[in-house]
Ligand binder design. Structure first.
Ligand code: MN
Ligand code: MN
Length: 307
């Protein structure tokens, strides 16, 4: 039988990696020859989780070949997916994002819910299908939920996420809050990354109305730590803008303790960000966004709408 590859988006985050691994378990339960893979390097947070659980990281792939069977998790947009996807056969999608630049050749399973995390959808599948959740699978899903909802504090967090979180906490027999804080903190250490790496840790590209923009995000326990490197970060962003012919590059620096963000905004069309938030970009190319932590819910929609 042909192998099915399961993967999340480029610049994979914890949800993309953990939900791929959990989907592999589900797919195998249904007799599919499936393998979770990844489209980029692991971030520090995900590395911490996999080390903690003794789980091996999925293999990294660059592109897919003609006719490759794939299942997408935690994304659907072409710009965020594997290179060569137009040649692949998409068998299924499990996602919690808007649907955009997505079309397939064949019919498929498509599961989308506006939850805070892909793993919450996966948790519901386990429950509905009466499939037992082992401790490790519970920890993978719990980690993804903690990461995507910032320990249930993000405005993207729904009642369903909270429910899954507390059920998984019981199965995993762990103190989720304690574990979650350690996990999130592990993800905020950026000292070993170059500026190029920092801006690409969690970068998502969007195209709308002929404009190309990237909104990247990094988590921190102290915004000033990251802004101490503002000059080199801005330099790396300018380089991406010219290499990829982008109209806007926005780097959101998110304070996970106080749940605020400060952004660096560059590019010829950056006034679109000023219009979207009705706020000026200061002389330091920055904009403080009170209470903003979610790219998906609080940042991308107003900008894409303004375009
Ligand atoms: Mn994600
Ligand atoms: Mn996600």
């Amino acid at each position: 039988m042909e192998k099915v590859l399961i993967f999340g988006h480029k610049s994979p985050d914890t949800d993309s990696i953990c939900s791929s691994l959990v989907t592999e378990t589900l797919a195998k339960h249904y007799g599919l020859d499936a393998e979770a893979v990844r489209l980029g390097e692991l971030n520090k947070e995900t590395e911490y989780i996999l080390n903690h659980l003794g789980v091996e990281a999925p293999r990294k792939i660059g592109e897919v070949v003609e006719g490759q069977k794939v299942i997408l998790v935690d994304h659907n947009e072409k710009e965020q997916s594997v290179d060569g996807r137009e040649k692949a056969e998409v068998m299924g999608v499990i996602d919690h994002h808007r649907i955009a630049s997505f079309e397939t050749i064949s019919p498929l399973y498509y599961m989308a819910k506006p939850y805070g995390c892909t793993s919450t959808l996966l948790y519901e599948i386990f429950r509905r299908e009466n499939i037992e959740i082992d401790k490790q699978t519970a920890m993978l899903m719990l980690s993804a939920i903690i990461s995507d909802t910032l320990l249930l504090k993000s405005p993207t967090c729904t009642e369903k996420d909270k429910e899954a979180y507390s059920e998984l906490e019981k199965i995993a027999e762990v103190n989720a809050e304690e574990y979650g804080l350690e996990m999130l903190k592990a993800g905020t250490d950026l000292s070993m990354y170059s500026a190029e790496e920092v801006i690409n840790l969690d970068a998502k590209e969007f195209s709308e109305k002929g404009k190309k923009l990237v909104i990247a995000q990094v988590n921190t326990a102290d915004i000033n730590d990251v802004f101490a490197r503002k000059e080199e970060l801005a330099f790396a962003m300018e380089k991406e803008i010219s290499d990829k012919k982008l109209d806007v590059y926005m780097l959101l620096v998110t304070d996970i303790i106080n749940t605020n963000s400060k952004a660096i905004v560059l590019g010829n069309d950056r006034e679109v960000v000023e219009k979207a938030f009705n706020k000026k970009i200061d002389e330091n190319d920055s904009m403080f966004l009170e209470g903003v932590v979610s790219r998906k819910k609080q940042v991308a929609p107003p900008i894409l709408e303004t375009l």
